[in-house]
Write a protein that binds this ligand. Structure first.
Ligand code: DGY
Length: 328
């Protein structure tokens, strides 16, 4: 790129990565630390060479068309389901994401949710704060063991593998996985077993979702899948809300058809389904699976590196649509 490129950044990002970007490009950062509206996005991309967006920004066809000079989209986040990648590809615009930077962090949170749900940590906290605790008892606040139990990992990719390592080596769990995810070698080496989805659902004490949101994974956990699960099963979701049919899940939790759930993500974020709120057998957190200073700063670096590499004609490390580069 001959002249100094221009970049629109939809929201401030942690760390010092933007300072590095400013050395290479004219950077306009939308300073409000809030969700950007579609209108602001449409306005912001106009005349810009590059867009640095976050995973919840609706970078749809309208935005891509409005950014008539856009040459690259760098997504702050591993999941890029809010970007119309097909529209970007048609216009020859490469899209990059930030996998890897949040793998271990999200696996930590997932393990935390598994333990919190099994051992009723959130319920116990609430109970204690409400000054209801009036003495230890042999049958008081019983939960379920985690160590030695069976964990079903749906989506054996980077995070699924990092979770399996914790589960197998740290908690001596049996790990089952199914067809989803392309990085099974390590888990297999550690003793994880590949089974059918039905077997995974039936045999797992804990089921954790690590698939990207695609038409194939949309509502993957529906009423039928929930019915296969043990009545004590704990379902954990740190992937995308739409992977679960939330109404079916609320029904299953209310009727005690499964034991518990722990959710980091929701179908219609930032809205959390009202029917889940009164239920004590579900833990609800606000999409904070990767929310550590270290991971978010690494994500900033990765998102900015993609732009700097592009401006300098270097190979893009985390390109999600290689076909875009075949255009023109
Ligand atoms: C991602 O990067 O897609 C995660 O959802 C962030 O937590």
């Amino acid at each position: 790129m001959k002249t100094r490129p221009s970049v629109f950044v939809t929201r401030p990002v942690p760390g010092s990565a933007l300072d590095r970007l400013r050395k290479e490009a004219d950077v306009e950062v939308r300073e409000e630390d809030t969700i950007i509206s579609k209108n602001e996005l449409l306005e912001g991309v106009k005349g810009k060479d590059a867009l640095l967006c976050i995973l919840t920004d609706p970078v749809d066809q309208d935005v891509i068309v409005a950014g008539n000079q856009l040459k690259i989209i760098s997504n702050f986040g591993a999941g890029f389901d809010k970007i119309d990648v097909a529209a970007a590809t048609r216009r020859g615009i490469p899209v990059t994401n930030t996998p890897g930077a949040l793998t271990e962090t999200t696996a930590d949170m997932t393990m935390g949710l598994i333990i919190a749900a099994a051992r009723r940590i959130v319920e116990g906290d609430k109970y204690t704060r409400e000054c209801k605790y009036d003495g230890w008892g042999p049958s008081f606040f019983l939960g379920n063991e985690v160590h030695g139990k069976t964990l079903g990992v749906i989506g054996m990719g980077k995070i699924g593998t990092a979770l399996s390592r914790r589960a197998i080596h740290g908690f001596h769990m049996n790990v089952l996985y199914d067809d989803y995810g392309g990085e099974r070698e390590k888990a297999k080496e550690w003793g994880a077993r590949c089974v059918s989805m039905e077997t995974l659902l039936k045999e797992s004490d804990f089921i954790s979702l690590h698939v990207p949101l695609t038409p194939k994974t949309n509502k993957l956990i529906d009423e039928r899948a929930l019915k296969h699960m043990k009545p004590t099963a704990v379902l954990v979701n740190t992937s995308r809300g739409d992977v679960i049919d939330q109404h079916a899940l609320a029904r299953a939790l209310k009727n005690k058809e499964i034991g518990a759930a722990a959710l980091d993500v929701y179908e219609d974020e930032p809205r959390c389904p009202v029917e889940l709120i009164p239920l004590s057998n579900v833990i609800l957190i606000p999409h904070t699976g990767s929310a550590t200073k270290e991971a978010r700063s690494a994500m900033s670096d990765m998102a900015v590196d993609a732009l700097i590499d592009f401006f300098n004609g270097r190979t893009l490390q985390n390109l999600v649509n290689p076909d875009a580069l075949k255009k023109g």
